[in-house]
Design a binder for this molecule. Structure first.
Ligand SMILES: *[C@@H]1O[C@H](CO)[C@@H](O)[C@H](O)[C@H]1NC(C)=O
Ligand SMILES: *[C@@H]1O[C@H](CO)[C@@H](O)[C@H](O)[C@H]1NC(C)=O
Length: 222
């Protein structure tokens, strides 16, 4: 096979892998480098997303960006500009959380939950619950769903801004189509056995790396 064609296939092929004990490393600030996470699910009446990240970013940055053609922030986890602030979005509506114990140079687990019936979102940082706040109720997240980590989608699939990009390491990304229990969130944050995501499963992840992102072994320093 032609080398160019082979390279193209390698670059654009979709992987489906067990990423246990692996992490994505985003080694520099860009408005391009990201990972697309693929799911066949296109209609969600509730969502939980959990992930772990390690960074020394003092600016705001995106941790998880789920967009559809009708809403670029259909489900977003965003570290705010103030050191204690996180922003969660569902259906383009925002809930802001203050007093959060964001730490530099530390693996931290972040979970976000939402359901379309109550419209309530909640943030769990290292297993510690936030206040519960209303964002959006009455309609589901409805695809085609595009999920990106490393960048925030300013429009569906694009308009990335380097000053919102993630720089650091990310691991253990899971997504469920229901609100998981506080007990499960605690297990996740303590690295105990938990029920893996049924929408995104880090142990069976379908993803596509675009640009300068490395898939590496986790360094066991925690
Ligand atoms: C919204 O999601 C719920 C739970 O998955 C489902 O039962 C319901 O049928 C969905 N509603 C629509 C309008 O798709
Ligand atoms: C996640 O993937 C692992 C490895 O394939 C599998 O054992 C587990 O059942 C999956 N979890 C779900 C909820 O599908």
């Amino acid at each position: 096979m032609d080398v160019d064609v082979l390279l193209l296939l390698i670059c654009f092929s979709i992987s489906f892998k067990d990423l246990s004990n692996k992490m994505f490393t985003f080694p520099r600030q860009t408005n391009t480098a990201h990972v697309r996470l693929t799911t066949s699910r296109q209609n969600l009446g509730a969502v939980t997303v959990c992930l772990r990240s390690f960074t020394d970013l003092k600016r705001s940055h995106s941790l998880f960006s789920l967009a559809t053609p009708s809403a670029d922030n259909d489900f977003t986890i965003f570290k705010g500009a103030a050191s204690d602030e996180y922003l969660l979005f569902a259906k383009n509506s925002i809930a802001v959380f203050f007093g959060q114990d964001y730490k530099l140079n530390t693996w931290q687990s972040v979970c976000s939950t939402w359901d379309a019936v109550s419209g309530v979102m909640q943030l769990w940082l290292d297993g510690k619950p936030s206040s519960r706040k209303f964002a959006s109720s009455g309609s589901n997240i409805s695809g085609p769903i595009l999920i990106v980590v490393g960048q925030e989608q300013g429009i569906y699939g694009g308009d990335f801004k380097s000053d919102k990009s993630f720089v650091g390491m990310m691991s253990d990304v899971h997504m469920w189509d229901y609100v998981i229990s506080p007990d499960e969130i605690l297990k996740y944050s303590k690295r105990q056995t938990f029920t893996s995501g049924n929408v995104l499963n880090w142990s069976a992840l379908e993803f596509q790396i675009l640009g300068k992102v490395l898939l590496e072994d986790q360094q066991n320093t925690h």
